[in-house]
Write a protein that binds this ligand. Structure first.
Ligand code: NIG
Ligand code: FE
Length: 423
């Protein structure tokens, strides 16, 4: 038999889960417990799936007659699962560096949005952009994410807010999914803002009667694969009734419910997510205790985005209260023109320092729990036999260096592997 890859003699292999768990929580009062093997090796088969993970001497004797396309000697280094970024907006034209200056001078996110900037600014530029240019910038951004260790990223549409541009974004996403060496979970986010000149009711009707039926047709022919549906549920954006209607319609089409909620104002979005059986709700800076309890019961993951609170100087999401209540906590970069961050190691660092998560909690949140939030934890998020051979080799004697070091990760991350291929 021929195998793709052997990573041998690592000081530590961060398996994360070892019993086929779909997520890790503190449900029974215990700490999040990630599984680590010292002096270990990983074997990836010819299909790019993990064949074996175990003590280096055991792997060496069991696979002594096998030939590998590639062998990485990880002596003195650590192996981690590829990171999963559960929330990104990487398809757009035109940056918003000028708005960064406005926000530093005291403007809030909603001040800029109401003045016609923010998402509206990006929508104008993205509507005018050619698909090939959007694909080129997307591919550069995904490459930066990959170099920072992300091997599966959620990617949202949502800078079109009308049929032609939303479809253009989804087509660009589909092309990226088929051709780029990184996993993509695709999200239709046509309800990212209410387009200028329309009411919430008009925007909701356009999504329900025009955009979603068109999307359904394109999915039925296999032209597009879309995994999730998202809405920005917020005061002055989509209210709770319109959010509910759009998410329910997406769910009826077979999409996973995964949306923006309780960010700037408490809207009971967490409760809505739990009620709809959402896989995840993102942001949650303003979630209530009742919302936390509802998410824990419903196994709706909380996707926390430390860059947003940091850049907008918002209250930090209450990660500790969520973890202590047994919520499945995941992390995302929220890469977008407001929060320009491609790096999950920086996100984990911020989660630990600003949100008081422990390093094992942050790593679980950026691997198995992020995969769960995307409905992918049966194939991604840990180094278990049968899952995708997505992993990182870092040049450090302990895995915690990935979080401890603030930036400069290109030096630290020696190899990024997607489905057994060094990328
Ligand atoms: O998750 N809150 C809404 N959406 C994004 C911001 C998008 C933008 O400002 O372009 C977020 O932070
Ligand atoms: Fe977002």
């Amino acid at each position: 038999a021929r195998f793709k890859l052997l990573v041998k003699n690592a000081r530590q292999v961060l398996v994360i889960c070892n019993k086929g768990e779909k997520y890790l929580t503190r449900a029974n009062g215990g700490d999040i417990d990630i599984h680590i093997i010292q002096n270990a090796s990983v074997v990836v088969d010819s299909d790019g799936l993990i064949e074996a993970v175990g003590p280096a001497d055991v792997i060496e004797s069991e696979y002594s007659r096998v030939s590998f396309d590639r062998v990485i000697d990880a002596t003195g280094m650590c192996v981690l699962p590829g990171l999963v970024d559960a929330h990104t907006h990487p398809i757009w034209a035109g940056d918003r560096v000028h708005e960064f200056a406005m926000k530093l001078a005291g403007a809030t996110y909603m001040d800029v949005h109401r003045a016609g900037g923010g998402i509206h600014f990006t929508v104008e530029r993205t509507r005018a952009a050619a698909a090939r240019d959007l694909l080129a910038s997307l591919s550069g951004r995904l490459e930066r994410m990959r170099r920072a260790g992300t091997t599966l990223a959620e990617v949202k549409s949502g800078y079109g807010l009308e049929l032609p541009t939303e479809m253009k974004m989804l087509e660009v996403m589909e092309e990226a999914r088929r051709t780029l060496p990184i996993g993509i979970s695709s999200t239709y986010c046509g309800a990212h803002a209410v387009p200028k000149g329309k009411s919430v009711e008009e925007a909701t009707a356009d999504i329900l009667q025009v955009q979603l039926p068109a999307l359904k047709g394109r999915m039925a022919t296999g032209e597009l694969r879309v995994d999730n549906i998202d809405v920005f549920c917020e005061e002055g954006v989509f209210d709770v009734p319109s959010t509910r209607a759009i998410l329910q319609a997406g769910k009826d089409m077979g999409l996973n419910v995964n949306f923006h909620g309780d960010e700037l104002h408490p809207m009971n979005a967490a409760q809505l997510g739990a009620e709809l059986g959402a896989l995840a709700v993102s942001h949650l800076e303003e979630v209530t205790d009742q919302g936390i309890a509802a998410m824990a019961r419903a196994k709706t993951a909380a996707i926390l985005l430390p860059t947003t609170a940091y850049i907008l100087r918002l209250a930090q999401p209450r990660a500790r209260a969520m973890l202590d209540a047994g919520v499945i906590v995941a992390l995302g970069s929220d890469f977008n023109p407001n929060a320009y961050c491609c790096s999950m190691p920086i996100v984990m660092h911020l989660a630990c320092v600003n949100m008081r998560m422990s390093m094992p909690e942050a790593l679980a949140a950026a691997t198995i729990n992020a995969a769960y939030a995307l409905g992918r934890s049966h194939t991604h998020g840990s180094l278990e036999a049968g899952k995708h051979g997505d992993l990182l080799v870092i040049a450090a004697p302990r895995w915690e260096h990935l979080i401890y070091q603030l930036g400069g990760h290109q030096e630290l991350i020696r190899y990024v592997v997607v489905k057994g291929d060094v990328v």
